[in-house]
Design a protein around this ligand. Sequence first.
Ligand code: SF4
Length: 210
Amino acid sequence: MSYSVKEIYFTLQGEGFHTGKHAVFCRFSGCNLWSGLEKNREKAICNFCDTDFVGTDGINGNKYQNAESLAKKIDEIWDKNSNDKLVVFTGGEPLLQLNGELIDLLHERKFKVAIETNGTILPPKNIDWICVSPKKGAEFNLDYGNEIKLVYPQEGLDPEEFQDFDFDHFFIQPMDGKDFQKNILQSVSYCIENPLWRLSLQTHKIMGID
Ligand code: SF4
């Protein structure tokens, strides 16, 4: 199969459990909860997105014709000074495209494979790290994984709904936007009251990196 990729780049993971870790980020084009076009935002299921996942015009973005060509590109972008190889598939919604064949090829190249997903689609079995970020109003099908990262607050979405699901780590992450400062305070307060949940900050935005 072919893969539509918005961008691929080497960076430090900015949020969640692997914050600060070297990673190649591969951003697939497209999402099942929003078209990515501003004119459709208001009516989208998910309408607070801060990511451009439309098209293939970012750095190393392309229509990769097969899994081998995409795995090769990801390997080329890896920082050769480190052997602890990690690729994070994100989007958009990466599980619209990520499949077992691509994961196998990346394993052959010694990568650990992680995803950041909205939880609507079940992942291939051979994936190494699952981070789910549920969205209010969207189907929630992926109730297991390594970490759950809840953008907070989302009206009508109570973290308690998720606390009995099968995750190793539970994160609350303040929603960016016009109420950001207020959302940080609310998130801190929630984590203090509910110690199961740890605070995740988008440190890449603080650092001014992608
Ligand atoms: S699910 Fe994720 S990628 Fe899709 S619109 Fe929402 S925040 Fe953006």
